[in-house]
Design a protein around this ligand. Structure first.
Ligand SMILES: Cc1ncc(COP(=O)(O)O)c(C=O)c1O
Length: 446
């Protein structure tokens, strides 16, 4: 077995070797990334899509596969970080968008889709008694937070370490200079004692607790039942609102994580796949809260947004939720997705290679084992490095996964896609099993 001292060096060398191979294999993407730097900082307009040595430029997508400018086709497990639920060319979505376009765009009036779409969302997430559309998950969260502040007449917001609620609402260790200036209190994820204490200590000023039912960017770490029931009970007692950010997790079964856990948040935010792959977001919840947006009411809140109800997003989202990602399909997909995560874990366990795959249903993340993974701080930098190694290995073996080791499955995936991913994992383990064992020992001490 490798000595511990050498293991980190070996990991860095392995990543560098794979990156070298990657660069040699993708000259046109490299050129495109270089040219993009002329007008975009570092060639990038979305930080999450950047990875070293350069991200592939994707020229097209079909079903659950994407093709890059060098002509390589990948089985796509990046899945647009969950927004790609429908894949790249779902015919029902395409048809809905074409029909919407045929009806004319920028109509500047309520259109024929938005109320039906809102009804369809409400049927799936009954806690959203009334809702409003916006343009993204980030916007949905911002609107939910200011709504909570207005409703409670309080300022403070409790969030969790490692959470991601949008580019201006992100809580990595070390903070984010771009965060909006809300008065945040930050608590460790899944720590019921700390959360209850902070809610009680701030009970006179706390407007809301904003929580992801699965800590996504923090490593796809699922919250526990105990954690959510504590948040529900304590917010109720404190008179603060509980906001579930289900931007990603609403695809977990037919009713999202709130359906699986039987928890009724006061407000919920949605986004990602909701618009069928086109930009949209939604926030909604208790009728007594959301009715503050009712324009018939004296002194109602104004919430504008040119594209809140843009016809393409509304039509695509409505078609997606009612004709493709139906409740039965959502439940079946959740089960299939979860099976892939279990299969990945079984492959690693069978070879006694300490890797953990956390998540639930159709998305999960690869981690270095040797540690209990409950909160963001449990995911070490070393573990993230192993994610990078697997990312490069996958890219060189025909499966695209997110740079941080995340897998997102999509509806058009078949056993062929999942089996290929499993066989790539098997090869990864046979190539790097000893290295991973040595790193896991180090990780356990971190
Ligand atoms: C849990 C969660 N909330 C909110 C957002 C922000 O959504 P958007 O990128 O649409 O602004 C994201 C995006 O990754 C997310 O994962």
């Amino acid at each position: 077995m490798l000595s511990l001292a050498n293991a980190t060096d070996e990991l860095n060398h392995a990543i560098a070797r794979l990156r070298y191979e990657f660069a040699a294999r993708n000259p046109l993407s490299e050129r495109s990334a270089r040219e993009a730097q002329k007008a975009l900082p570092g060639g990038s307009t979305r930080s999450v899509l950047f990875y070293e040595p350069f991200p592939l430029t994707i020229s097209s997508g079909r079903g659950a596969e994407v093709t890059d400018v060098d002509g390589h086709t990948y089985f796509d497990f990046v899945g647009e970080f969950s927004a790609g639920l429908y894949g790249h060319s779902e015919p029902v979505i395409r048809q809905a968008v074409v029909e919407a376009l045929d009806g004319g765009i920028v109509l500047a009036g309520p259109n024929v889709y938005e109320a039906k779409f809102a009804e369809a969302i409400k049927a799936r997430f009954p806690s959203m008694e009334l809702l409003r559309f916006c343009n993204s998950g980030t916007e949905a969260n911002i609107l939910a937070l200011v709504t909570a502040q207005h409703f409670t007449r309080r300022r403070k917001i409790l969030v969790f370490d490692g959470a991601y609620h949008g580019g201006v609402l992100v809580f990595p260790s070390g903070g984010n200079p771009l965060n909006l200036p809300f008065d945040f209190i930050i608590s460790p994820y899944n720590d019921v004692v700390a959360a209850a204490r902070r809610i009680r200590e701030n009970k006179n000023d706390l407007a809301a607790v904003l929580v992801e039912p699965i800590l996504g960017a923090g490593g796809n770490l699922p919250g526990t039942n105990d954690f959510f029931s504590t948040l529900r009970r304590e917010t109720e007692a404190a008179g603060a609102l509980l906001i579930f950010d289900e931007v990603k997790t609403s695809r977990c079964g037919s009713g999202g994580m709130q359906g699986l856990f039987g928890i009724k948040p006061d407000l919920t935010t949605l986004g990602k796949y909701l618009g069928g792959g086109l930009p949209t977001g939604a926030f909604g919840g208790r009728a007594d809260i959301m009715d503050h947006f009712n324009p018939h009411r004296a002194g109602s809140l104004r919430h504008a947004g040119t594209f809140n109800n843009n016809v393409c997003s509304m039509a695509a989202g409505l078609a997606g939720l009612t004709k493709v990602f139906t409740p039965a399909r959502a439940d079946a997909f959740h089960k299939e997705g979860e099976q892939m995560r279990v299969d990945f874990q079984t492959i690693a366990d069978a070879k006694a290679v300490p890797l953990s795959f956390t998540g639930l249903g159709s998305f999960f993340t690869l981690h270095l084992g040797g540690k209990l993974l409950e909160k963001a701080a449990d995911v070490t930098p070393l573990s993230r490095q192993v994610g990078l190694l697997f990312h490069m290995f996958g890219m060189l073996n025909g499966i695209a996964i997110a740079g941080r080791g995340d897998f997102y499955q999509s509806l058009p995936m078949t056993s062929e896609h999942r089996d290929r991913a499993k066989s790539v994992l098997t090869s990864f383990i046979s190539e790097y099993g000893d290295l991973i064992r040595a790193l896991a020992e180090q990780n356990a001490r971190a």
